[in-house]
Design a binder for this molecule. Structure first.
Ligand SMILES: Cc1cc2nc3c(=O)[nH]c(=O)nc-3n(C[C@H](O)[C@H](O)[C@H](O)COP(=O)(O)OP(=O)(O)OC[C@H]3O[C@@H](n4cnc5c(N)ncnc54)[C@H](O)[C@@H]3O)c2cc1C
Length: 489
């Protein structure tokens, strides 16, 4: 797919005259292997080349070459995605943002920052903390994942219950479209007329083009923050407490739950000093000090009413950080209790938590596997982790099947197949379980409007390609289009 002429053009696009700089083109197989998968390591494909641009103009030059030759490309941030989103097309191009890591502007009076896509999530908070601000969306991977990846996945995190997912915090985007045009969506202003193309782009998983600059909202630090840890004898009791806290009219900054297995793994990995229990609830409240103090008393009472046998309030910033360290380490800590695991990411209505947990336990027992659970319980986002041993023949297939069944269970209970990790490669077939054919067609038309050649992160998100040119063949219009129905797209 990438002949020497194309490779030379790509090298020129990123290196210019190339004097005195390390090349931004990688073609050596051993180096390409770094880019053959993301955090979901059971899907691997070797790209034909990796490009490391330093500017929007260089990204544009790369994508123009891709458009001219019909070469598929995929953007890559830190590669921490858990759904195979940054998996390259075979022989295609990876555009890595490892060299576009500048915070371009900090505008405190207007509460916003302008960043390049390779900036690491937590670096924004680090940069604005001295002014009393923070960037609210906080995926557990926030010390390594990039804002480009966050925007593409509409990432969430513990504090998104109160502050909203990434989409709430993106005011504007500069995007290189799959034909190489540079466009601006949204603006620094809180609202703009016309279609909300910023909203369409956020969460589109790299299928509509590549973001090269983003304007993000930052938030004033609250006066007080308090964290409480409560231990229960059952996940049902902890889940009931979650419902009771919300029903009492409180909106905690974070409301997280861990079951016995996940707490045990975190304890082994980072020693957060968690009580040994069937379910742990982490409640963070923030706001004016008087309000936080009053609500903490209410939350404590609700925990106790539901049978919490230990309710511990962090007394210092260090204790607070330790409690969070345990929760944020939960995925990575699974290695302590299982050789392999699959992280799933379903959403259910909060009130369905007890019945869904019971069903997950039953399904896991039926195939003799263990499932550890962590939850953004406040917004009904489950992360079941199916534990297995790859060295046992057939067990990986059983684990994959179980993890898919858990997603279908979430859909059956009125939820969704992903809360924050995206569909990517992993869950594309499950889209057909969640959406009807007309729903999928409508989404595909949006995609086609941006990327008629199907070169921007192809073969992701949807169960199959429609409307779009096959990677190697000419563009054949879908029957709907030739009959004129889709002429507007
Ligand atoms: C331990 C661990 C914990 C995690 N916890 C959370 C969590 O709490 N919440 C959560 O939401 N996720 C979580 N994740 C998943 C992951 O970190 C997020 O999806 C994150 O946003 C991915 O960022 P990244 O820079 O690694 O992107 P990548 O994995 O490199 O890419 C992800 C997707 O974004 C696209 N993309 C990247 N940059 C751009 C760009 N500039 N323009 C267009 N598309 C782009 C890629 O093509 C790909 O489809 C976790 C992952 C791990 C490993």
């Amino acid at each position: 797919m990438l002949n020497s002429t194309i490779l030379e053009a790509l090298r020129n696009a990123v290196d210019g005259d190339g004097k005195g700089t390390q090349s931004g083109l990688i073609t050596a197989t051993n180096q390409l292997q770094t880019y053959e998968c993301d955090g979901l390591t059971n899907f691997r494909t070797l790209p034909g080349a990796v490009l490391l641009p330093r500017s929007t103009a260089q990204v544009q030059a790369i994508i123009r070459i891709c458009a001219k030759h019909g070469i598929p490309f995929v953007a890559r941030g830190a590669g921490t995605g858990l759904s195979g989103g940054a998996l390259p097309a075979e022989g295609g191009i990876v555009i890595s943002f490892a060299r576009m890591t500048r915070i371009l502007e900090i505008d405190i009076p207007n509460q916003r920052v302008v960043v390049e896509p390779g900036v690491i999530n937590s670096h924004v908070t680090d940069a604005v903390a001295a002014y009393g601000y923070f960037y609210a969306p906080d995926p557990s991977s926030q010390t390594v994942c990039t804002l480009g990846g966050n925007v593409a996945e509409n990432s969430g995190g513990a504090h998104c219950l109160k502050y909203g997912f990434t989409t709430t915090h993106v005011l504007g985007l500069e995007v290189v479209l799959p034909n190489g045009e540079v466009v601006t969506f949204g603006s620094g202003a809180p609202d703009t007329p016309g279609y909300d193309l910023t909203g369409v782009f956020v969460g589109s998983e790299g299928t509509l083009g590549v973001a090269t600059k983003m304007t993000l909202r930052i938030v004033k630090r609250p006066e007080a923050v308090q964290v409480l840890l409560a231990a229960f004898d059952s996940t049902t009791a902890a889940a009931q407490t979650v419902s009771d806290i919300i029903a009492a009219g409180m909106l905690p900054a974070a409301l997280e739950m861990m079951d016995r297995l996940s707490a045990q793994a975190s304890e082994a990995a980072v020693h957060p000093n968690y009580p040994v229990s069937e379910a742990l609830l982490l409640v963070e409240l923030d706001g004016p000090e008087a309000e936080v103090n009053a609500q903490m008393l209410q939350v404590t009472a609700l925990c106790q009413q539901n049978g919490a046998w230990e309710v511990r309030r962090a007394q210092t910033a260090e204790e607070r950080a330790l409690i969070w360290k345990g929760r944020k380490a939960a995925f990575a800590a699974m290695g302590r209790i299982s050789p392999n695991y699959i992280v799933q990411d379903g959403v259910i209505p909060r009130t369905a938590l007890p019945v869904v947990l019971e069903e997950i336990t039953r399904m896991a027992a039926a195939v003799q596997l263990r499932v550890a659970n962590v939850f953004h319980a406040g917004d009904g986002n489950l992360h079941p982790m199916v534990l297995y041993d790859q060295s046992i023949p057939g067990q990986e297939e059983i684990a994959l099947d179980l993890s898919y069944r858990i997603l279908y269970l979430c859909v059956d209970k009125g939820g969704s197949i992903t809360g924050e990790h995206g569909v990517g490669k992993e869950k594309q077939q499950a889209m057909g379980y969640m959406f009807s054919e007309p729903d999928l067609e409508t989404m595909q038309r949006v995609r086609h409007a941006f990327d008629p050649q199907n070169i921007s992160n192809p073969d992701k998100l949807f169960p199959r390609t429609r409307f779009c040119a096959e990677k190697t063949g000419p563009y054949t219009p879908h029957p709907l289009e030739s009959s004129g129905v889709a002429e507007f797209f």
